[in-house]
Design a protein around this ligand. Structure first.
Ligand code: KET
Length: 396
């Protein structure tokens, strides 16, 4: 019956992470998947999340189906987190938000909406981008193209070339943008560049689609939402998928959302209706548990304060690891420019290592990186950073 089914080649990130789990070598180091690990290389269990779960267990609530769009308290907390409490777009009821199965689920529901209501639109993603972006949009039937982004020579953004490409796109083209902590490069637009980009997107009637998977890992919760708020302030209509996987360390609970910021409340109601319809046809409604953890952490002042403190500590540890890896590399190879480690932000940096060099690191040293040369900084700790630096220098 199934001989004709093509074998799955595996996923460049998830399959690599599985290979790491199976590797018997005790000195192995996981710098592959975008997961925050603490100084002991463990997945943190945040106290605010635990407290929220204890309260939920004590309340022993029944578990009805949620509405197709998810829980109301989760959805409004998400809007406030992204746009800032009391933003005009929220007060004007022009934001359509659904609770999603991770931000991946949100991205995909948004892609299906675009395919149906903008059937001739293509999507432009940064070169490079998270591997799954292309796969998600292509599987929704949307052609995927790239705009210039990363400048390997400088470690910066090819901003002029990016603008040139975007300026040439047909109206209603979708432009996928990393709101902060660009994956895989760690190279973000500056606020000044966002402020230059926003009017272009508006003037050319392009549809920005923000992916905000690392809010709080760059500069801070509000700072990392700069792009979203700048677009909303400028009256641009846009999509934004956001995630709590990393910021609350709730990966397997699959907590995320999709919001569509619309010109007015009437259009937002139309959009929300079609998002509900898409959800109904796919998985009917989202799960309760993770969304309620997130809603409680965001809205209870004590839990919120505890979470913000933990998030700041995660951000600070990543920055400290950037500094330590940089120092260790410079010591071993003075004269080589590793400055990108200090200027790039979020979990990832782009090392420039080739796939062959990455393969050597894995095979010879049990150090796992994605084959694009992307390194997940949070896999580093005081116990392995010098070993990793020495291994990198060995394959350079
Ligand atoms: N967007 C981006 C940019 C992203 O890096 C991830 C996950 C997601 C969305 C999906 O997050 P979710 O848990 O669905 O809310 N990235 C890491 C893990 C993965 O590939 O799934 C990674 O890049 O390693």
């Amino acid at each position: 019956m199934f001989h004709h089914v093509a074998p799955f080649a595996g996923d460049p990130i998830l399959s690599l992470n599985e290979a790491f789990q199976k590797d018997p070598r005790s000195n192995k180091v996981n710098l592959s998947i975008g997961i925050y690990f603490d100084e002991q290389a463990r997945l943190p269990a945040l106290d605010a999340v635990h407290q929220a779960e204890l309260r939920m267990a004590a309340a022993n609530q029944p578990k009805p189906y949620l509405p197709m769009e998810g829980a109301a308290n989760f959805r409004s907390a998400v809007q406030a987190l992204i746009l800032g409490d009391g933003h005009e777009a929220i007060a004007s009821h022009r934001v359509a938000t659904i609770q999603a199965v991770g931000s991946s689920g949100g991205l995909k529901v948004g892609a299906e909406f675009i395919k149906q209501w903008f059937p001739t639109s293509g999507v432009w993603v940064s070169d490079p981008t998270w591997d799954n972006h292309r796969a998600m949009f292509e599987s929704a039937g949307i052609p995927v193209h790239t705009y210039p982004y990363y400048d390997a020579a400088t470690g910066g953004v090819r901003f002029a070339a990016m603008l040139d490409t975007l300026r040439s796109l047909p109206a209603h083209s979708v432009v996928l943008l990393h709101a902060c902590c660009h994956n895989p490069t760690g190279t973000d637009l500056t606020n000044a560049q966002w402020l230059e980009l926003v009017p272009l997107l508006k003037e050319r009637q392009l549809i920005p689609y923000l992916d905000l998977a690392y809010q709080g890992f760059g500069e801070g919760i509000a700072q990392d939402a700069f792009a979203a708020r700048a677009l909303a302030d400028a009256g641009v209509s846009f999509f934004i998928a956001n995630s709590f996987s990393k910021s609350m360390s709730v990966y397997g609970e699959r907590c995320g959302a999709l919001s569509v910021v619309c010109p007015d409340a009437q259009q937002a109601a139309l959009v929300l209706g079609q998002l509900q319809f898409t959800v109904r046809r796919s998985y009917s409604s989202p799960p309760i548990h993770g969304g309620q953890i997130v809603a409680q952490v965001l809205t209870d002042p004590a839990l919120r304060a505890s979470w913000e403190q933990d998030l700041a500590a995660m951000r600070d540890r990543i920055l400290a690891m950037r500094v330590q890896l940089h120092a260790a590399l410079v010591k071993l190879l003075p004269g080589h420019d590793f400055g990108y480690l200090l200027t790039q932000r979020g979990m990832f940096s782009y090392t420039g290592l080739s796939a062959a060099q990455v393969d050597r690191l894995r095979e010879e040293q049990a150090i796992y990186l994605v084959r694009s040369g992307r390194i997940c900084i949070s896999g580093l700790n005081a116990g392995n950073v010098d070993v990793v630096a020495a291994a990198i220098v060995q394959v350079l």
